[in-house]
Design a protein around this ligand. Structure first.
Ligand SMILES: Nc1ncnc2c1ncn2[C@@H]1O[C@H](COP(=O)(O)OP(=O)(O)O)[C@@H](O)[C@H]1O
Ligand SMILES: [Mg+2]
Length: 157
């Protein structure tokens, strides 16, 4: 009985923030700083925090570069952060942009739709390498949500 209770406790977010901001490149560092400040309460190492910030940068950059490439008007990014009692941080990066038709393909290393060839196609790969979990939900024409999970205090065991 107690075990079930404990499990439930670990699964519940203890702290949450939600913000939205314009999908402009000037806000990429803003997003990194917000996540960094938020995640700091779990006392991560410098390198754990740097990993999370790198992954957030990639996800936010994708919203800025890809999500609203064909649209005019309000281009915004929603950022949500949660910390859990078991030391996990979960960051959601969401847009209401064009969406991704084939998520599996988009997540392959070196895949990019950038016609100018300025992108490396490694964004999702980097997110995967620097986080413990990356989930992508997307609907063409509706938008994309990237959910990044990072576990602090892991000693690789
Ligand atoms: N938020 C998003 N909205 C629409 N398309 C996206 C989004 N994020 C990623 N993509 C698509 O997935 C592809 C791969 O993304 P990524 O691995 O970050 O590589 P890159 O950004 O260098 O192209 C992008 O080229 C783009 O087609
Ligand atoms: Mg990218």
């Amino acid at each position: 009985m107690n075990g079930v209770k404990e499990k439930k406790k670990a699964g519940r977010a203890t702290e949450v923030f939600k913000i939205s901001f314009a999908a402009k490149s000037v806000n990429e560092s803003f997003a990194r700083s917000v996540v960094s400040a938020f995640a700091s309460r779990l006392d991560p190492t410098v390198s754990e925090l740097a990993d999370l910030k790198t992954a957030v940068s990639e996800a936010v950059t994708n919203c800025i570069v890809h999500a609203y490439r064909d649209s005019r008007g309000k281009a915004e990014i929603l950022l949500k952060g949660s910390v859990y009692a078991d030391g996990r941080v979960v960051v959601e990066v969401k847009d209401h942009g064009c969406g991704i038709a084939d998520v599996e393909r988009a997540m392959q290393p070196l895949f990019t739709t950038d016609p100018a060839g300025e992108r490396s196609g490694m964004g999702f790969t980097v997110m995967g390498a620097f986080c413990d979990g990356v989930k992508v939900r997307s609907r063409p024409g509706k938008g994309t949500t990237v959910v990044l999970t990072k576990r602090f205090g892991d000693c690789g065991a």
